[in-house]
Design a protein around this ligand. Structure first.
Ligand code: XIL
Length: 401
């Protein structure tokens, strides 16, 4: 029985049918697709890793990788590299010879060969940035601040570059990377996660703020705009469902706009949980973000179903492991479906502003929060009830027109 051909007149019965059928349907190429269901509203994308772009698995068999690839091609019309365009991947060593474009080039070829809209992630971030970027001859301050690490090996604490040196490195990096993919990568995450989580400071303390100062953000956008004047330049952050963090976002973007900095879109990561936010909370978040007058991109969507992730809205990669501990919440499939339905109802309500919805991985096996089973397809690329719940929201929107 093909569950997607059943005509159901209410979302509730659709969900029940999907729950009953879950696990019994093989993944098939004639499943309805997210890209088609939302084609009148927004692009639907996914982050992909190098197994998907090269066909060579690391922890997965070649059969599993092939299924992952088939799923990506069938369901999505936009892709972003999960790690392959971060500074530590693209530019691991100093200087013009220090670039390694192999993984990023494979990503770009994959996207172009499959007619997908390409997003680049990310030019300037406090994480996954090599130590050499910040190194120089100026002594570090005596009091080590609580700024987070630059990568998983910890924060760089040695002698530092000057402001001018770091600006020069940032400009070279941005010009080289954006220039190489000009016309192919349509959207760039220029600055990632610059806002602070707690307290009253707008910006998080990082080696970028300590060495350059708060204008590192404006400079990064200016350099990216020089390198590709046609690219859509995005500011990307997490936790924007929280009103306190959203206030900081609005303050930051308004200040950039007042300085005529070329920021063209808001990226809202949307690493959320089944407990939060509801439709109403997401509706409010989008309403407030829309006051900035910029397109909104949902950039890293996943909905954590693990107990450990239900009270946190953060996405700091340093704390990630804890968010998927404690097993799944009870009735996880149904709660996930309901949470996704609420989120997509809000995205659809705001579809003049919401131009793109990107999942942070195609299926649960390829998720950074795999234990939290946060995506629409399970590890074998079988559609979960949440997939059908999301499609039901597209149908509901079409019927309401
Ligand atoms: C994550 C990747 O998914 C992991 O594979 C990697 O180990 C750490 O980074 N916010 C971001 C993404 O902007 O780049 C992060 O991606 C998830 C949080």
């Amino acid at each position: 029985m093909k569950i997607h051909t059943l005509k159901l007149n209410s979302q509730a019965s659709m969900l029940t049918t999907a729950l009953l059928a879950y696990g019994t349907t093989a993944w098939s190429a004639d499943l309805p697709t997210l890209r088609d269901a939302f084609k009148d509203h927004f692009l639907v994308g996914t982050a992909i890793n190098r197994a998907v772009t090269t066909g060579r698995g690391f922890r997965r068999s070649s059969e599993q990788v092939n299924t992952d690839i088939a799923l990506v091609k069938a369901q999505f019309n936009q892709v972003v590299a999960e790690n392959e365009m971060k500074w530590d991947s693209l530019h691991p060593r100093p200087g013009a010879d220090g670039y390694d474009f192999r993984a990023a080039d494979a990503f770009v070829s994959f996207g172009l060969n499959n007619n997908m809209y390409l997003v680049g992630h990310t030019l300037v971030w406090h994480s996954q940035t090599p130590h050499w970027v910040f190194a120089g001859t100026n002594p570090p301050p005596n009091t080590a601040s609580a700024a987070p690490g630059t990568n998983r090996f910890g924060r760089y604490n040695g002698p530092r570059a000057s402001r001018e040196e770091l600006l020069q490195r940032m400009r070279d990096h941005i010009h080289t990377v954006v220039g190489r993919y000009k016309g192919k990568i349509k959207v760039w995450d220029v600055v990632n996660e610059a806002l602070s989580d707690g307290g009253t400071n707008t910006l998080r303390t990082s080696l970028w703020t300590e060495i350059i100062g708060p204008d590192f953000i404006a400079k990064a956008f200016q350099y990216a705009h020089e390198a590709d004047p046609d690219a859509i330049l995005r500011y990307n952050d997490y936790g924007l469902e929280s009103s306190a963090k959203r206030r900081k976002l609005i303050a930051l973007i308004q200040s950039l706009q007042a300085q005529k900095v070329p920021v063209h879109a808001i990226g809202s990561q949307t690493h959320v949980s089944v407990a939060w936010p509801s439709f109403a909370e997401m509706d409010r978040a989008l309403t407030e973000m829309a006051t900035l007058g910029l397109p909104i991109h949902i950039t890293e969507l996943d909905v954590n179903s693990a107990e450990g992730g239900q009270r946190s809205f953060g996405a700091d990669i340093a704390n990630n492991a804890a968010t998927t501990q404690g097993g799944l919440v009870s009735d996880a499939d149904r709660k996930l479906a309901e949470a996704y339905a609420g989120l997509f109802r809000a995205f659809l309500k705001h579809d003049p502003q919401v131009k793109m919805v990107t999942f942070w991985g195609p299926n649960d096996a390829n998720s950074w929060r795999a234990n939290g089973k946060p995506l629409l397809f399970d590890g074998n690329s079988q559609p979960k009830p949440a997939f059908h719940a999301v499609l039901a929201e597209a149908k509901r929107a079409a019927a309401a027109k």
